[in-house]
Unconditional design. Structure first.
Length: 339
């Protein structure tokens, strides 16, 4: 395919360059940037700002840069009648490299960063797995950017860098231990989940052969079993933290034991101690009453019962309070207080 520049590209597009992008369709494939431009705005941007900054080595593009890339990919795909999952195989980014005067691999990485997950969830083939294993042997020092670039170049399949890394680490790594978790490992996971705030990657480093994804799944399974035992259909963060604290406290993740202990503690907390009204008070009813919380200066009750002052005329109006000196509220029934 003969390389073309921007001017030749626009000539090939003809009147179609003036047509707006089908955003409803594109939103299913890529993350559309907020900055949108008409063709005239886009051409002005490319001729001025983009041309002056495109050679600058920057890992993060501006919103207008992203829109320009999407526009070019869509128009070129329409022109060549190429499906989105065939862009790389059909040489779209190779041609786009000559149009925008940027490296093909650079444009491919930028495009992949815009893709939505559903387009990347294509079933892996055995051939892809074998190629990925060999590339990991070639680059053992976690250089996933280089591995992703070579992988795409060899297979001609679009795979996002994160997708490639997770495929190797969680599925095809020969060092993965695929046996069921032991009781000791489960206990370690539950203890560390609380201490390390569910840092699965950090926990996996302490458990050689166990992936962070498998560790997270094991944790969620245990927590759900405990929640079911204590009749919780849905867990919120507070309830989950409570379960983790019980696991720490009793050093066990056994659902039956923890559910029983949580129930016991709940009963203790919900038990209310009540005090009977003094039998000598001669109140009209003997309801059990739990006093409301009153300021400290009102709730100090004398240790010696004061004598009723019945004969002094000054106190005739207080005879109805038989134990002068106590707060009146202390002797009131629930019904009286509510009224």
């Amino acid at each position: 395919m003969k390389p073309i520049n921007w001017t030749q590209f626009l000539d090939l597009l003809g009147e179609s360059k003036l047509l707006e992008l089908n955003e409803d369709h594109l939103q299913q494939i890529v993350k559309l940037p907020k900055a949108k431009m008409s063709f005239q705005q886009l051409e002005h941007y490319l001729s001025n700002e983009f041309q002056s900054t495109k050679k600058v080595d920057r890992s993060k593009w501006h919103q207008k840069d992203k829109y320009l890339l999407i526009w070019c990919v869509v128009k070129l795909a329409e022109l060549r009648q190429i499906k989105f999952n065939e862009l790389h195989q059909k040489g779209v980014f190779e041609e786009l490299a000559s149009i925008l005067e940027l490296p093909e691999q650079f444009l491919l990485v930028k495009w992949m960063s815009l893709l939505k997950q559903n387009l990347k969830e294509i079933p892996w083939t055995q051939e892809e797995d074998e190629i990925l294993i060999e590339l990991r042997k070639k680059y053992p020092n976690n250089d996933w950017t280089i591995i992703a670039e070579e992988f795409i170049s060899i297979t001609k399949n679009l795979r996002y860098q994160k997708q490639i890394r997770e495929r190797y680490n969680n599925v095809i790594n020969p060092q993965i231990n695929k046996k069921p978790f032991t009781d000791q490992e489960k206990q370690h996971i539950m203890i560390k989940a609380y201490q390390m705030k569910k840092n699965w990657a950090g926990i996996s480093k302490q458990m050689p052969g166990r992936t962070d994804n498998k560790i997270k799944n094991c944790y969620n399974s245990i927590v759900k079993k405990i929640a079911k035992k204590i009749h919780l259909d849905k867990l919120d963060l507070k309830q989950e933290q409570l379960i983790l604290k019980y696991i720490q406290k009793y050093n066990t993740y056994n659902p039956d034991f923890l559910a029983n202990q949580i129930e016991i503690d709940h009963r203790k907390l919900s038990h209310i101690k009540v005090e009977h009204v003094n039998e000598n008070s001669n109140t009209s009813d003997h309801q059990i009453f739990i006093p409301h919380v009153i300021p400290r200066h009102q709730t100090v009750i004398p240790s010696v019962q004061p004598m009723p002052l019945l004969y002094n005329p000054y106190y005739q109006n207080y005879q109805q309070h038989r134990y002068f000196g106590y707060p009146v509220i202390f002797f009131q029934s629930n019904a009286a207080m509510q009224s």
